[in-house]
Design a protein around this ligand. Structure first.
Ligand SMILES: [Zn+2]
Length: 137
């Protein structure tokens, strides 16, 4: 009797239902296991954040919503700034609010016509340099 016959004649191997996998141990620590006892965390160096503003804020003159007398940092001349009003986020927000309240877009245009809802950009009339901006409060 060769092995082939024996396999055909023999009973199928007893099937034992696989025992359900034991549940994995609950992970208490997630991805950040706590340090072992006795572990002392290295002192965290104080983070010195140096904020270097890219936008130059020449002088200490507080620019107003309108033309403001100041000294241009570019040409060092005493000037009265030339102001251009540009819509800012507030303009859009007020516009959207008016649009909802009024039920139409008739009111949407209003904020764009109001200086108090716009950012005033100050420019030097002499050298056309950007002096600063004034955000409406
Ligand atoms: Zn200038």
């Amino acid at each position: 009797m060769d092995a082939t016959m024996e396999n055909k004649m023999g009973l199928p191997p007893p099937y034992e239902p696989a025992a359900p996998n034991p549940a994995p141990p609950p992970s208490y620590f997630g991805d950040n296991p706590p340090p072992p006892p006795g572990f002392v965390a290295p002192p965290v160096a104080p983070r010195t954040t140096v904020i270097t503003s890219a936008t130059t804020r020449p002088g200490s003159t507080k620019l107003g919503p309108g033309p403001t007398g100041t000294t241009c940092a570019t040409c060092n001349k005493s000037i009265v700034t030339r102001v251009e009003y540009v819509p800012n986020n507030r303009t859009h927000i007020v516009s959207a609010a008016l649009c909802v309240l009024a039920g139409c877009c008739c009111g949407c245009i209003v904020p764009y016509c109001m200086r108090s809802c716009k950012t005033a950009n100050h420019y030097c009339p002499q050298c056309k340099a950007f002096v600063g901006s004034h955000q409406p409060s």
